[in-house]
Design a protein around this ligand. Sequence first.
Ligand code: ZN
Ligand code: ZN
Length: 383
Amino acid sequence: MYDPQGVTTSSALHVPQQMRAWVLGGPDELLLRDKPTPVPKRAEVLVRVDAVAICATDLEIIHRGSPASIQGGLPFNKNFTPGHEYMGTVAALGFNVDEFKIGERVTVEIHAGCNQCKRCRQGMYTSCLNYGKPEKGHRANGFSTDGGFAEYAVNHINTLIRVPDTMSDPEATLVVTAGTSMYGLTELGGLVAGESVVVIGPGPIGLLAVAVAKALGAGPVVLTGTRDKRLAIGKELGADRVINVTRENPVDVVKQLTGGIGADYVIECAGSEQTIDQAIHMTNRGGKICLAAFPHERVMTDIAHVVRNNIYVYGIRGEGKSATHRAMELMAEKRFDATRIHTHTFPLADLPIALRYARERIEDAIKVVVTNRQAGAISSAAE
Ligand SMILES: [Zn+2]
Ligand SMILES: [Zn+2]
């Protein structure tokens, strides 16, 4: 029986002592294993994982290791469970936790900072100076601590967001993606109404950046990319104009749309040398660029243009400053339909197939979600 010292459990929600969890072996090797169900400490809860979305960063971690880091090194063969975009049900409470109740539906942020370094004290817990040091209280589930491709995970209470009954499990897994887009806009200045915004790259973060920018009153909102199907989804999510860069020059079109001066904010979600160069040349004087993608190679670009035009460039990591809570408010109010990017669902036991769909974009997959709903567990989620 699962009954660790100091942990509150409930007979309404049975927690086993051992759980099924996918663990990362070598590169591209995932194994379904039994692991002890983890134990929440002070200010932490045990979450029964009900659904997990697959992120491009998961594919990156499973293939290359980075940007995950376990014990200061690559995450291979360390019994590490990836997966960071999950939601579920509070299943047990750590010592003295009264902020949440067992049975509540929650979705999660990735990063719990150490809460004691300079950056955490500034609210920048995704840039915690004790990143990757769980002994200091830092967690980045699915990156430096165990994540959600499992039946259970431990989360700091600061990383939990309540899910309204009107929101489905798959939609709730998308809150952290929208939160990442929201954090980019927060860091660029926050007051988005009336600003012209260009989003480069219609991946999940780019598409939800369009939706969040539009919901916050930006105008015009422009999306660039190469695939018409994805650009069409961007239009449904609020883009005023989409640009297929295989047919139109995005810098020229953005200038035309902005009276010749360029955009106030550009959110770069593609991460190539070419798109970063486009971002620089479509931003207006004094405008701001959010770099939200991880380029694989070093990038040569026109820094002189950045300096001459007083352009601000922000590297953005994760979903800081409680942006996920703000994204949830917009989604709970149905200000945009994030489920437009959810394309496929598989059971957690079929994770390797789900990962293949995401990696190879089979059937135009965008967000692939794996679900973990056990028989008999469904009723508690409705409480
Ligand atoms: Zn992600
Ligand atoms: Zn910190």
